[in-house]
Design a protein around this ligand. Structure first.
Ligand code: ADP
Ligand code: ZN
Ligand code: ZN
Length: 731
C-alpha cells in the first residue's frame, strides 16, 4: 500500500481547527506521532491526528512537514479519542486539548528519554568465591551477599543504601569479573511481607460488594465518613488489579499527596508506583509518565493531570476526595478531572472509584443512575465516631488574635490532656484590611478589584490575585495625616498571637506563604506525626486528607463569610470544609472535638451543621438546588472575556450572544449577560461573562454546536481574549 500523502495535525494554539501538511514518502505514518512543522515563519510541533491520500486543498499549496520527531507515537488511539471527546464536550480547541494529554516535557520537540537505569549483577560468583571475600574485603563481601538475594540486580540508589561509598568497591568487583552491569528497565516486585491491618466488618462488607463488580465499566461511589478507612479499601482494590496484571491510576487532590500517603503506598507496594504532582520538575513528571507507560511501575499516584497517564493495561481509576475543587482546571483548557476520568473509564470499559467523606452534590445525584453503585462506611475502625460540631457564639465576645476566651479555654483543655489542636483559618497574611482611620482610605490593588493584605513579615501589602506588592505607608496616602490601621486576622497574626500566649507550645503554621516547598511541608507534618502536643494553624491546605491520630480538637475560626457568599455553591463548600476539618480530629485512640466560632449561631445553615450529618445536609442542599433549577439539575456554560477595557470585553460577548441568538431553540435556554464578572478587574484586565443555563443539556449542547462555527471565527487577541467554560462552577 502506498504511504498516505497528507495528514492533519494538532498544534497547541487557541484555534478551533487542525492543520494540514504533506507527508514524505515514508512509513510508518501513525496517529499520535509528533512532527516538526513549518508554521508562518518558524517551526511548530504538531501531533498527527489522521492521514489520507486526498486533500480538500490544492495539493501544490500544502506545505510538507519538516521531519518526524518520534519513532513511536507519544499518544495512542485511546488517548487521541479521549482528547477528541474533551474537545467536543468542553468546546475547547482540539490542538490545545491534545497537547494537554501529554506530559509538559513532551509538548515541545524534546525527544523521549530512556527510563532505563544501570543495574549490577553477579556474573560468575559461586558461594565459595564470595565466602572467600568475607575476611579479606568485607565491603566487597557485603555487596556480593546482597546481590545473592537479588538476581535482578541492584541499581546505584540501592547500592548506596548498602554502602554510601559503593562506587570503588563495585569497580574492584568488576575488575575481578565478579560483577557486571547492564541497562535495565526497573521492574520491582512488591514486598512480600507487607503486613495488612485486618479489615473491619464494615470495610469487609463494602469490599465484598465492590470486588465482584470490578469487571467492566461502572462508577463506584465510596461515601465514607472521615477516617472510616477508605484508603485501606483503595489499597485492597489496587492489589486485586495488580494481581490481574493490570495498572491503576490513583488521583488525589494537590495537597492530599503527602508523605503520609506516599509512605503508606510504599509500604504496600515497594517501588511499584510512580508519583506525579506539581512540585516535581517537568523531567521528573515525564519520567513517571514514561515508566508507567512502559509498565515498569503498576501504579500512578498523582494529582489532576496524572489522569492522562498512558497505559496499555489500565484496570482501575481511583479518585480520592472526589469533591475537591483542585480536580477542576481553571486556566487554559478547562475540564474536570473527575468527569474526564469517568469518560476514560467508560471508553476503556474499566471500573472507576470515587471516594469522599463529603461527596459533591453532582455525585450524590448521579449515584442513582445506571452504572453507578454507592457504598457507605459509617464507622471508624478505631471505634470513635468523628466529633459532632459545636458552636462557640462570639457575638458579645472580645476576640484576641481572632479567638474568644471560650475558644482559648477549649484549646488549653486539649493541650493539657496532651492532645494536638488544629486551627483552621482560610486567610493567609497578617490582616486582610488596611485603612485610614480618618478619611476611610483602603489599601487596594492597582491592578485588581481587590484589597491588599498586610504581610507583616514581608513589611508589605500584597495582592493575593496578581502578586502586586507595595510598602506599608507610614501615613495615609489619601489625606496625608490619618493613622493607617489594620483589621481582621490572617494566619500570620494568629501564629504570632498564639506564640505569645503559649510560648512553650510548638505552633506550626501551614499555608502557601510558609510552605514554599514540599520539604517545608514535610518537616512540619513530621512534627505532627511525632504526636507531641502542639497547635497546627492552617488554611485549606490542612482541611483534607491528613491522618494525624494525636489531633483531638479542630477549631474553625472564619466560617461566617461563607454564610453570606454570592456563590450558589458556598453552602456546599462550607459544609464540606466543616466536616473535613472536624474529621481531622479524634482519628486515633482518643475521642475528638470540633468547634466553630460564629457570630451567626442562629443562621439556618449553622443550625443544620450542628444537628445533621453531611448526608442529610447534602440532601437538603440538593432539594434547594432543584427548586431553583441550579446545577446539578441544570448545566451551565459560561463564556468569559477579558480585555484592557470593559467595553471591549462586553462587546465580544455581545457578538457571541448575537451568534447564539441566530440559532433555533436559543429562546428555551436561560441567558444571563453579558455583564461584568464579580471581580471585574483582575491583573490589569477587565473581565465580563455571558452565562447560559438550561435544565435540558441536550438542547443547550445543540444550540452551542450549531452556533460554534460562527463563534469560533471571532478572533481572540492580546487586546481581548475569550474562552468557554462548560460546567462552570460559579455563576
Ligand atoms: P479515610 O481514607 O477514610 O480517611 P484511612 O484509610 O486513612 O481513612 O483510615 C483512617 C485511619 O484508620 C488510618 O490511620 C488507618 O491506618 C486506620 N485504619 C484503616 N483501616 C483500618 C483497619 N481495618 N484496622 C485498623 N486501622 C485501620
Ligand atoms: Zn486618610
Ligand atoms: Zn492585584
Amino acid at each position: 500500500m502506498p504511504a498516505p500523502r497528507f495528514a492533519r495535525f494538532a498544534i497547541a494554539l487557541p484555534l478551533y481547527r487542525v492543520f494540514e501538511y504533506a507527508l514524505p514518502d515514508e512509513q510508518p505514518v501513525v496517529p499520535g506521532t509528533r512532527y516538526r512543522l513549518p508554521f508562518t515563519s518558524g517551526t511548530r510541533t504538531g501531533i498527527l491526528l489522521e492521514s489520507s491520500n486526498a486533500s480538500d486543498y490544492e495539493p501544490a499549496k500544502i506545505k510538507p512537514v519538516k521531519e518526524r520527531i518520534d519513532q513511536q507515537p507519544v499518544l495512542d488511539a485511546h488517548m487521541l479519542a479521549l482528547a477528541r471527546w474533551m474537545s467536543d464536550y468542553y468546546l475547547q480547541p482540539i490542538g490545545e486539548v491534545v497537547f494537554q494529554c501529554l506530559p509538559g516535557y513532551l509538548r515541545g520537540a524534546r525527544e523521549s528519554v530512556s527510563t532505563r537505569v544501570k543495574c549490577w549483577r553477579l556474573v560468575s560468583a559461586d558461594a565459595e568465591t564470595i565466602e572467600n571475600l568475607r575476611s579479606r574485603s568485607p565491603r566487597q563481601f557485603e555487596i556480593c551477599q546482597a546481590l545473592l538475594t537479588r538476581p535482578a540486580g541492584l541499581n546505584a540508589q540501592e547500592l548506596r543504601q548498602i554502602n554510601p561509598n559503593w562506587s570503588p568497591v563495585v569497580k574492584a568487583l568488576e575488575q575481578k569479573q565478579i560483577l557486571s552491569w547492564e541497562w535495565m528497565a526497573r521492574r520491582d516486585d512488591p514486598p512480600q511481607d507487607a503486613c495488612l491491618p485486618d479489615l473491619s466488618a464494615e470495610q469487609q462488607g463494602v469490599l465484598g460488594e465492590i470486588e465482584p463488580r470490578l469487571q467492566g465499566f461502572a462508577v463506584h461511589l465510596l461515601d465514607g465518613i472521615t477516617g472510616s478507612g477508605k484508603t485501606e479499601i483503595y489499597l485492597r482494590m489496587i492489589q486485586s488489579r495488580l494481581d490481574a496484571g493490570l495498572q491503576v491510576i490513583y488521583l488525589v487532590p494537590e495537597i492530599g499527596l503527602t508523605n503520609q500517603l506516599i509512605e503508606r503506598v510504599e509500604q504496600r507496594y515497594g517501588n511499584c508506583f510512580a508519583i506525579s504532582h506539581s512540585g516535581l520538575t517537568e523531567l521528573q513528571r515525564y519520567r513517571a509518565w514514561e515508566r508507567f507507560r512502559r509498565a515498569e511501575v503498576s501504579i500512578m499516584l498523582g494529582t489532576r493531570s496524572s489522569l492522562f497517564s498512558r497505559s496499555d493495561a489500565l484496570g482501575l481509576i481511583i479518585i480520592d476526595e472526589e469533591h475537591d475543587s483542585s480536580y477542576r482546571q481553571e486556566d487554559g483548557i478547562r475540564y474536570h478531572a473527575r468527569d474526564v476520568a469517568i469518560k476514560r473509564a467508560q471508553m476503556l470499559d474499566i471500573p472507576i472509584v470515587l471516594g469522599s467523606a463529603t461527596p459533591s452534590l453532582e455525585s450524590l445525584r448521579n449515584r442513582t443512575r445506571d452504572c453507578w453503585h454507592s457504598y457507605r462506611l459509617e464507622q471508624r475502625p478505631t471505634g470513635f465516631a468523628p466529633p459532632r460540631l459545636e458552636l462557640i457564639d462570639v457575638r458579645n465576645s472580645r476576640l484576641d488574635c481572632g479567638c474568644s476566651a471560650a475558644t482559648f479555654a477549649r484549646v488549653e483543655k486539649h493541650l493539657a490532656a496532651s492532645g494536638q489542636v488544629l486551627m483552621y483559618l482560610n486567610r493567609r497574611g497578617f490582616a486582610p484590611i488596611v485603612m485610614c482611620h480618618e478619611c476611610g482610605w483602603q489599601a487596594q490593588c492597582e491592578h485588581c478589584d481587590a484589597r491588599l493584605t498586610l504581610h507583616q513579615s514581608l513589611h508589605s501589602l500584597l495582592c493575593h490575585h496578581c502578586g502586586f506588592s507595595q510598602g506599608v505607608p507610614e501615613a495615609c496616602p489619601q489625606c496625608g495625616h490619618g493613622e493607617v490601621k489594620h483589621y481582621g486576622i490572617g494566619t500570620e497574626q494568629l501564629e504570632q498571637g498564639l506564640k505569645q500566649r503559649y510560648p512553650k507550645t510548638p505552633i506550626l503554621r501551614i499555608d502557601r506563604d510558609v510552605i514554599a516547598s514540599r520539604e517545608a511541608l514535610k518537616s512540619r507534618l513530621q512534627q505532627l506525626q511525632g504526636g507531641e502536643p502542639c497547635i497546627l494553624i492552617g488554611t485549606q491546605m490542612i482541611a483534607k486528607g491528613h491522618d494525624y491520630p494525636a489531633i483531638t480538637l479542630s477549631v474553625v475560626l472564619d466560617a461566617d463569610q461563607a454564610l453570606f457568599s454570592a456563590s450558589y455553591r458556598a453552602s456546599e463548600r462550607l459544609a464540606q470544609t466543616l466536616f473535613q476539618v472536624s474529621g481531622r480530629s479524634g482519628r486515633g485512640d482518643r475521642e475528638g472535638e470540633a468547634v466553630v466560632q460564629t457570630r451567626f449561631p442562629d443562621h439556618p445553615l449553622m443550625q443544620a451543621l450542628l444537628r445533621k450529618d453531611y448526608r442529610s445536609i447534602a440532601a437538603d442542599l440538593l432539594q434547594e438546588r432543584q427548586s431553583y433549577g441550579f446545577p446539578p439539575f441544570a448545566r451551565v456554560v459560561m463564556f468569559r472575556a477579558d480585555a484592557l477595557e470593559l467595553e471591549v470585553a462586553l462587546d465580544i460577548l455581545e457578538q457571541i450572544k448575537a451568534r447564539l441568538q441566530g440559532v433555533q431553540q436559543f429562546d428555551s435556554i436561560a441567558c444571563i449577560g453579558p455583564m461584568p464578572a464579580l471581580m471585574t478587574r483582575r491583573i490589569g484586565r477587565f473581565r465580563a461573562q455571558l452565562c447560559l443555563m438550561s435544565q435540558d443539556f441536550k438542547v443547550l449542547r445543540s444550540v452551542l454546536r450549531r452556533a460554534m462555527p460562527a463563534i469560533e471565527e471571532l478572533p481572540g487577541s492580546a487586546r481581548c481574549s475569550w474562552s468557554i467554560d462548560v460546567d462552570a462552577h460559579d455563576l
